[in-house]
Design a protein. Structure first.
Length: 258
């Protein structure tokens, strides 16, 4: 699990994140929700070891993240940022192969298992068809899925993703979320993902962290979302929850009424 204590981050004199205490499971599919500027990306950057707080500590399984070297941290978690890094000159296959770096030996030897894992990761992410295409020549959604394949090839027990559905069409949004749920349920991979789509959160989350103005608005099991007033307060707009017309019993759909 992640444990955050006395977290404070200030930028240009403005508090960005203030979390006295937060314990996050690494066994759930956790969705991070909140309005723009609420501190979502700052939070996941802290969890991924991509940023350090001005004050406070972040621990993963009892060990301070600051005490992990890059290779050891990459064996524990894989991170997909909101802004994808440059991949100049790399084919999709070469990009996905980078996910195996934390597991290769001191001399970087490539094993048959690595090749198999890369192929399986591309299949799961739906990018095998353009494995030999330059990643920079892909559409935004295709590039997003190629990077997800790289995360899968990394085979870390925790995946952290910052708005991975933002560049995807509806079909691929649900395809990606189905994949993340399958990894969580069948392979015990912990998922922490920022989503803007409340209906995706309602359908897929097993745990929720909701931020408002850099603070925890609420946090806990996903059934916390089954509260219209709580959601309306979070987004400062009227939210109605209705039964999904074709979903299983208890499946809700959020409707914005303002």
């Amino acid at each position: 699990m992640f444990e955050l204590r006395d977290i404070h981050i200030v930028r240009d004199g403005r508090p960005i994140l203030s979390i006295p205490s937060l314990t996050l499971p690494t066994t759930e599919l956790t969705v991070v929700l909140g309005h723009n500027g609420s501190g979502k990306s700052t939070l996941v950057n802290l969890l991924a070891g991509q940023a350090v707080p001005d004050q406070g500590t972040v621990h993963l399984d009892g060990k301070n993240l600051a005490h992990y070297n890059k290779k050891m941290l990459a064996r524990q978690l894989a991170f997909l940022p909101q802004k994808l890094p440059a991949s100049a000159g790399l084919s999709v296959r070469e990009l996905v192969r980078l996910g195996r770096f934390p597991w290769r030996g001191a001399f970087g030897r490539w094993h048959q298992d690595d090749k198999t894992i890369v192929s399986q990761a591309m299949d799961k992410a739906g990018v095998s068809f353009f494995a030999d295409t330059l990643a920079d020549n892909l559409s935004g959604g295709e590039r997003q899925r190629a990077w997800v394949a790289m995360l899968l090839a990394q085979q870390s027990p925790v995946l952290i993703l910052d708005e991975p559905t933002s560049a995807l069409d509806i079909h691929h949004q649900y395809q990606l979320m189905n994949l993340l749920r399958e990894l969580n349920r069948t392979q015990d991979v912990g998922i922490i993902v920022i989503l803007h789509d409340l209906n995706l959160a309602l359908q897929y989350a097993s745990h929720i962290v909701a931020l408002k103005n850099g603070q925890i608005a609420f946090e806990g099991p996903a059934n916390l979302l089954n509260d219209e007033q709580r959601l309306s307060n979070l987004y400062e707009t009227r939210v109605r929850l209705i039964e999904h017309p074709e979903g299983p019993k208890g499946c809700k759909v959020a409707v914005i009424c303002d």
